[in-house]
Design a protein around this ligand. Structure first.
Ligand SMILES: Cc1cc2nc3c(=O)[nH]c(=O)nc-3n(C[C@H](O)[C@H](O)[C@H](O)COP(=O)(O)OP(=O)(O)OC[C@H]3O[C@@H](n4cnc5c(N)ncnc54)[C@H](O)[C@@H]3O)c2cc1C
Length: 458
């Protein structure tokens, strides 16, 4: 699609009159505040920003963009902004002010507007003793996370978040608001569940919640020098645990920030973090082999599902973070050694967090009614990230994240994972070939002009 970024001021004023949300163009006093992403390392400079407050605003913005030859980049928080192409000829369509969440406790279905964060759903769901399939961070947007698959603490028990979507409301690239579910717009419904957001602008998602009455979760911290023995034991342990256990093996370097707890500040640790869907007694038995190693800190306890968002200690405020990751077929001893080489006690690295997540369980089971990514054909997921305050530091952290991936290349799965692919990558690299083929057909049919910019282009 050929585009232009010169919109006449009177057209911008007409859009302002048409929407209940706000419209910003370069030079407006609040343009800089409106354009920034959660990832502070990303400097997005769109031709226009629309902060929608309703689905009608989204539709008006899409029609406006089409008639002024702007492409459209939907975004809620900007956690996933790093792979985006330049937005100079695009309308950045922010949904961050559409945070309504409604829970139906009888059907166990949550309806979340496109700007809702996982913390919004977690709090509303926990009032009914229910939990959604959130990721590790409460500040991540429900929509981008779920469209990309969504891998969280309940993943080995209940699968990818995308598989729990029961319906979506979406503005198509021609500006029409439609409902996509198994009976209506089945192709759109398929494409949205794990295929990213390339086929339109979602205005709300409906998804199944789960009763999680008992949960035993926490972390075991070991000094980083013990990373080799801890990671080897953890990887062996993952081969025997039930699907109710989802866990992460991790090396974490805590910056010397005043906000960090005294015991952790400025230190490096090897950790196992895990969540067991079940009672404390069985959970304690399950982690006993890891506990026998004698951790320096042990935070395991019975917790409510709403507290899971604290387990991984993800930042809640916008950050200049840089990272990348991929899927691993397996995580044998040699892979654990390679990881220690990149991030262990002797590594010269700017990665703050280097982690391997255990997959399999429900994640591996193929749901015939699923969408673009119904299952993950890989045993583990790898992700490394650091914080970078200057362009030089951004380049160095990015190099270290790529070096980590490279060191584990012998175990790379055939495709990567949308939500962990922070470096630019086409959707083709993130889906099995037959699934990508179908996604491409749907994209071409709904968006022949490629008006919608997505994090990973189709
Ligand atoms: C601190 C942190 C922790 C994370 N933890 C996890 C985790 O545990 N598990 C996991 O799976 N992922 C995790 N992620 C990755 C995260 O899921 C992705 O970055 C995801 O894209 C974020 O969604 P968002 O809506 O917040 O981000 P955004 O940047 O707003 O959106 C990302 C992309 O999603 C699409 N999109 C967003 N909104 C819409 C819409 N309304 N319509 C159409 N398309 C849309 C667009 O392509 C957009 O570029 C984490 C990321 C961070 C930074």
């Amino acid at each position: 699609m050929s585009t232009t970024n010169s919109v006449p001021p009177e057209a911008t004023d007409a859009l302002r009159a048409d929407v209940t949300g706000r419209v910003f163009v370069p030079g407006d006093p609040c343009y800089d505040q409106a354009r920034h992403a959660w990832l502070l390392t990303v400097d997005q400079r769109p031709a226009m920003v629309v902060e929608a407050t309703t689905a009608a605003d989204v539709a008006a913005a899409v029609r406006f963009a089409r008639s002024h030859r702007l492409r459209i980049a939907p975004q809620s928080t900007g956690h996933g902004a790093s792979p985006l192409e330049p937005l100079a000829s695009a309308l950045l369509l922010r949904t961050s002010r559409m945070r309504g969440v409604r829970i139906d406790p009888d059907t166990r279905i949550a309806r979340a507007e496109a700007g809702a964060l996982w913390q919004d759903v977690a709090v509303a769901a926990s009032n009914h003793g229910l939990a959604g399939l959130a990721g590790t961070a409460s500040s991540v947007g429900v929509t981008g996370y779920t469209l990309g698959g969504g891998l969280g603490w309940l993943a080995r028990r209940y699968g990818l978040a995308a598989n729990s979507v029961t319906a979506a409301e979406i503005v198509t690239p021609n500006g029409q608001l439609v409902r996509a579910d198994p009976e209506h717009e089945p192709d759109l419904f398929w494409a949205l569940r794990g295929g990213g957001g390339s086929v339109g602008v979602v205005t709300a998602l409906e998804m199944l919640l789960y009763p999680v009455p008992e949960l035993y979760a926490g972390a075991l911290f070991f000094p980083v020098q013990r990373a080799p023995e801890m990671l080897h034991l953890w990887r062996e342990w993952t081969t025997s645990v039930p699907d109710e256990v989802t866990s992460v093996g991790r090396i974490l370097r805590i910056p010397p920030l005043p906000s960090a707890p005294d015991q952790l500040r400025g230190r490096a640790f090897a950790l196992v973090e895990a969540a067991y869907v079940g009672d404390e007694g069985t959970g304690a038995e399950l982690i006993a082999p890891l506990r026998k190693l004698g951790p320096e800190i042990d935070t395991f306890a019975s917790i409510p599902a709403s507290a899971l968002s604290q387990l991984h200690m993800d930042p809640t405020e916008p950050m200049p973070a840089v990272g990348d990751g991929t899927l691993l077929t397996d995580f044998p001893s040699a892979a654990a050694d390679a990881l220690v080489g990149q991030a262990g006690a002797d590594a010269d690295t700017m990665l703050i967090s280097t982690e391997v997540r255990h997959l399999d369980g429900a994640l591996r089971r193929h749901d015939a009614d699923g969408g673009a990514l119904p299952s993950i054909d890989a045993g583990y997921a790898l992700y490394g990230m650091g914080v970078a305050a200057t362009p030089d530091a951004v380049a160095t952290v990015a190099d270290h994240a790529q070096a980590l991936k490279h060191a584990l290349a012998p175990w790379h799965a055939r495709h990567s994972f949308c939500n962990f692919a922070d470096a630019p990558a086409p959707a083709q690299a993130l889906l099995p070939a037959d699934r990508y083929q179908r996604l491409h057909q749907i994209k071409t049919s709904y968006d022949p002009d490629d008006a919608i910019i997505s994090a990973h282009p189709v």
